[in-house]
Unconditional design. Structure first.
Length: 574
């Protein structure tokens, strides 16, 4: 064997020149390493041919790279979020230090350029390799991976591991038939995410926020309309948490530059599944991911549970019983419009009726109802869906939202030709809804003859029955608040205030209740609309017919001890 043999180039040639191996032993080692599909360094150390220290010195000398003693490095100082844990384990590459766009990594074999390129691509930074002793590197990588997992394990030591590991998660995107599997090797992250989802369901939360910041990470739940911090996992876990959530919802985990949408179905028992609508948003320090919890049981509450006063409930039921006409539910985002509509649809949902809905997005699946997901990008708009519905022999049509004149005109045409139409608008009050339709360009006559009922609503936090206590307020405060406008005499009113206890999480409220104003279309109101009257004129006439404003409805809930005056003021004011 001579020095011109191409086998003895690079590190093998250096080992021969340094007197650590003869040419025959070096050639044999190279062949055996290739046959075992491992690096020459790994073969030499694990076979006991050379000391790891001698190989590290020779490697650093040959490639002109820094040599580092890993005994001087603290695992706690290694950036755990810089490189995917799987790459660290697969390639034996330990991240040592990250500064701006440069990442320093410890390697035993710098000749494997695929390792450097893969880490550079995954981390999105330039990579600077540092040579270390192979045997020490293996030990420190085991410590590094264990420390990363222990950081997360301490967040849920008391969890039921069997339950959290075995949750049945199934993605909801029907357009993607690719099989998606959970990252089984990242068990701590899987258990943590599952725990957050289960806790949110148990607490009755409506949304979950996973939020990365510069030096910390937090998880918040929105419960009863308010956000509260629930957990603070280590910031180093941010990439792993976002990757897990994106895998569950079938998002592209390699795309971090643009927002994405996805859906998750979580089976919490044999007979119950919860849907989550998922959105990712690139922020300055990583991806914020928000999950909207879509519990099908919320659509099965029944109208009695929604908080309507008796006369308001009867007006809604009467309108649902009509063979044609339009029912509009209005209010800001998060005011409970969807639940009100779904409750009405459930009342109407019988085998004798053909019901179709156009929604953006379809939030809760309703058995027996034909639900269509609006997809504007492919031309399936609300208006197009409505046109198709009218050729499908419908009895009842629900339009998620009337956003433009075209949709409004088709919906009104449907309401005038023997169909019951339910929809929503974004307006502040019921009287304003009528003038809003007119302002969109709908002829006044069509508005007056097609709309049968308008419901404007808000959601208010219920007082906790365990800890609420009477509030001693003078009559002047009640008068100023507007209690003179409701039928209950002030001297018979007992107001309550929030206190806080273990049952309600110390915030004094538990659950929410709807606050409504229900406007029935009457001949007098129809006349004002056709004469071009404004919302104030409509409201004045409606009040003479028993109409209550949102403010009056909120004060009635206050007088009944259901909500506090402070909450009534927060939800609605004159």
């Amino acid at each position: 064997m001579n020095a011109s043999n191409p086998i003895l180039r690079g590190l093998p040639r250096r080992l021969v020149n340094d007197g650590l191996l003869n040419e025959t032993a070096a050639a044999d080692a190279v062949a055996e390493a290739q046959q075992s599909d491992i690096s020459l360094t790994q073969h030499l150390v694990e076979s006991g041919i050379l000391l790891s220290r001698d190989i590290a010195f020779a490697t650093a000398h040959e490639f002109g790279l820094p040599l580092l003693d890993l005994d001087a490095i603290s695992i706690e100082s290694c950036p755990k979020d810089a490189v995917n844990q799987k790459l660290v384990e697969k390639h034996l590459a330990l991240p040592l230090n990250k500064k701006q766009s440069r990442l320093q990594i410890a390697v035993g074999d710098p000749t494997n350029h695929n390792v450097i390129n893969e880490i550079r691509f995954q981390a999105g930074v330039s990579v600077e390799p540092v040579v270390v002793e192979y045997d020490k590197l293996k030990i420190r990588i085991d410590e590094f991976l264990k420390a990363a997992d222990d950081e997360l394990d301490t967040s849920f030591d008391s969890m039921d591991d069997v339950q959290l590991d075995s949750l049945d998660v199934e993605a909801m995107d029907d357009d993607d038939d690719a099989a998606v599997t959970a990252d089984a090797d990242d068990a701590p992250v899987v258990r943590f995410v599952n725990k957050m989802l289960l806790d949110a369901i148990k607490m009755g939360a409506s949304d979950i926020h996973f939020e990365p910041y510069e030096k910390r990470y937090r998880v918040r739940f929105r419960t009863d309309g308010l956000l509260a911090e629930i957990a603070k996992p280590p910031i180093s876990l941010a990439p792993r948490l976002s990757a897990r959530l994106k895998v569950m919802s079938r998002m592209d985990i390699s795309e971090r530059r643009v927002p994405q949408d996805g859906r998750i179905k979580l089976k919490v028992s044999k007979n119950r599944a919860i849907d989550f609508r998922v959105n990712s948003l690139p922020t300055q320090y990583g991806e914020k991911i928000v999950l909207r919890i879509l519990d099908p049981s919320s659509a099965q509450l029944g109208i009695e549970a929604l908080g309507y006063e008796d006369d308001q409930k009867q007006a809604y039921m009467d309108a649902l019983g009509q063979p044609q006409g339009m029912i509009l539910v209005t209010g800001p985002t998060g005011s409970g419009k969807t639940v009100s509509l779904y409750t009405g649809l459930n009342i109407l949902n019988t085998p004798e009726r053909n019901i179709s809905t156009a929604e953006d997005p379809v939030e809760i699946n309703l058995e027996g109802i034909n639900q269509v997901q609006v997809r504007a990008r492919v031309g399936l708009t609300f208006a197009e869906a409505l046109r198709a519905f009218l050729r499908q022999d419908p009895d009842i049509v629900m339009v998620g939202e009337i956003r433009d004149l075209e949709t409004a005109e088709i919906a009104i045409k449907a309401a005038q030709t023997g169909h019951l139409v339910l929809s929503t608008l974004h307006t502040n009050s019921a009287p304003e809804t009528l003038t809003r339709l007119a302002n969109m360009g709908v002829p006044a006559f069509n508005v007056a003859t097609s709309v049968s009922l308008i419901i404007a609503q808000r959601l208010a936090r219920r007082l906790c029955n365990e800890c609420k206590q009477p509030a001693d307020l003078p009559d002047a405060v009640l008068t100023e608040a507007g209690f003179d406008a409701i039928a209950t005499p002030k001297e018979e009113i007992t107001l309550y205030e929030a206190v806080g206890c273990a049952k309600c999480g110390q915030n004094g409220s538990k659950g929410r209740v709807g606050i409504y104003e229900v406007l029935k279309m009457s001949p007098a109101i129809s006349r004002i609309i056709m004469e071009g009257g404004n919302s104030l004129e409509i409201a004045d006439v409606a009040k003479t017919e028993g109409f209550r404003t949102l403010r009056q409805s909120a004060l009635m809930k206050t007088a009944q001890g259901i909500i506090s005056l402070e909450e009534a003021n927060r939800v609605t004011k004159d």
